[in-house]
Design a protein around this ligand. Sequence first.
Ligand SMILES: [Zn+2]
Length: 67
Amino acid sequence: MQILKLLPDMVVELKKPHPCGKRDFRIVRVGSVCRIVCLSCGRDLEIDRIKLEKAIKNITSNVAQKD
Ligand SMILES: [Zn+2]
């Protein structure tokens, strides 16, 4: 199982859709608990990092990395 590099401003597609029906979220804060914002309705939610990693289906847009 690969470790996902999660960074703020990444846009990810989750396996489970938000109640509004969309699956695309932007990561706002990364920690042991992460905060993500739904791109469709703008609501934010907190999710355990472990749960978030399991919930991610696809990373839609990666942020530029300096290394
Ligand atoms: Zn939503």
